[in-house]
Design a protein around this ligand. Structure first.
Ligand SMILES: *[C@@H]1O[C@H](CO)[C@@H](O)[C@H](O)[C@H]1NC(C)=O
Ligand SMILES: *[C@@H]1O[C@H](CO)[C@@H](O)[C@H](O)[C@H]1NC(C)=O
Ligand SMILES: *[C@@H]1O[C@H](CO)[C@@H](O)[C@H](O)[C@H]1NC(C)=O
Length: 306
């Protein structure tokens, strides 16, 4: 009698324990993609990953593409996105879905992953920190010795060789060279479904399936020209003025990738913070990033309650 009671109590305790631990093991993981001239082992990136881990209580990691720093400069983005796609599919912890945090150029890797990757697990929330989503019209200031070669390359940005050997060439969009851009740029025109007659609805469907899209712009950003690119704002074709807000661009009005659909559904959060490029404070992280990395269902029910 005594023995079976003990066994019963043990069983109940064990099953209770299992129930309690289930929600924790189910919390949605996130991955982070770093920017150019950076790497996952970079102090700033590992600190950011750790901060987000601890504030959200969600497991998360920085996913490295190739060797990090040098590849972030010289590996074309098509290849970077395809490596990201393969890596993500090999991470069993992401198989039920995950969230993404993109940093600067890493956002174009993230978006390539969301739009191009076949048979990939779903992405729920995507938070973009200073991403050159609509392109850049100028070279970011870079004093790093490795950048010298980049400067040389980008003087002839729509050259095939340059397109295959410099990551930023994939998102250089010179407003006065739109024809060359659409014809020869190998990355952004495809990612943004910009080429007339070549728009792929699969990319749009995948992007539109996000639960939340958070676009963070840095008011004093002196790396992205124009900084509005981080909200999908950009120059009109053919001229440098005025900078169009996202809602006035053709990408938005004609809904090339589903940005308008997402926005109409209340799923896009356009955020502006006062700092320079990727200078985000802990308070801002807690306010604008962390809520999207917490357990999905908890977040959406909180959201509905508001
Ligand atoms: C989120 O938390 C709720 C309880 O608040 C739990 O039932 C659910 O399974 C969790 N979902 C995920 C995906 O973590
Ligand atoms: C990263 O965090 C460590 C420890 O808190 C700190 O000493 C260091 O300055 C931080 N580095 C950066 C680049 O923020
Ligand atoms: C669109 O993209 C999907 C996913 O990569 C691909 O399977 C399909 O063949 C593409 N469609 C066209 C018309 O290129």
């Amino acid at each position: 009698m005594e023995k079976s009671l003990q066994r019963f109590v043990l069983l109940v305790t064990l099953s209770l324990f299992c129930f309690i631990s289930i929600p924790f093991s189910l919390s949605v993981p996130f991955v982070l993609f770093h920017g150019i001239v950076s790497g996952c082992s970079n102090d700033k990136m590992s600190n950011l990953t750790k901060l987000l881990n601890s504030y959200s209580s969600s497991p998360g990691s920085c996913v490295e593409i190739g060797n990090g720093l040098a590849d972030s400069l010289y590996m074309p983005l098509t290849q970077q996105a395809s490596i990201a796609c393969e890596k993500i599919k090999q991470m069993p912890e992401l198989s039920e879905g995950y969230n993404i945090v993109g940093v600067s150029q890493g956002n174009l890797v993230a978006r390539g992953l969301i739009e191009f990757c076949d048979n990939a697990p779903p992405v729920f929330n995507y938070v973009s920190l200073g991403g050159p989503h609509a392109g850049l019209s100028d070279l970011p200031k870079c004093t790093f010795p490795l950048c010298k070669l980049l400067e040389l390359y980008l003087s002839d940005v729509y050259n095939d060789f340059v397109q295959d050997h410099a990551a930023p060439s994939g998102y250089f969009k010179l407003p006065t060279k739109i024809t060359e851009y659409l014809e020869h740029s190998k990355y952004l025109p495809k990612l943004n479904n910009e080429r007339p007659g070549e728009k792929n609805s699969t990319y749009k469907d995948r992007f539109t399936s996000l639960h939340n899209l958070v676009l963070i712009m840095f008011e004093k950003d002196d790396v992205l020209t124009p900084k509005e690119s981080s909200w999908f704002g950009y120059y009109p074709d053919g001229t440098y003025t005025p900078i169009l807000p996202p809602q006035k661009t053709k990408l938005y009005t004609e809904d090339w990738i589903g940005l308008k659909t997402l926005d109409d559904a209340g799923k896009v959060n356009f955020v502006s913070v006062p700092g320079g490029h990727i200078e985000i404070t802990e308070e801002e992280l807690v306010k604008y990033v962390v809520p999207y990395l917490k357990n999905e269902s908890t977040f959406s029910s909180e959201h509905e309650a508001m």
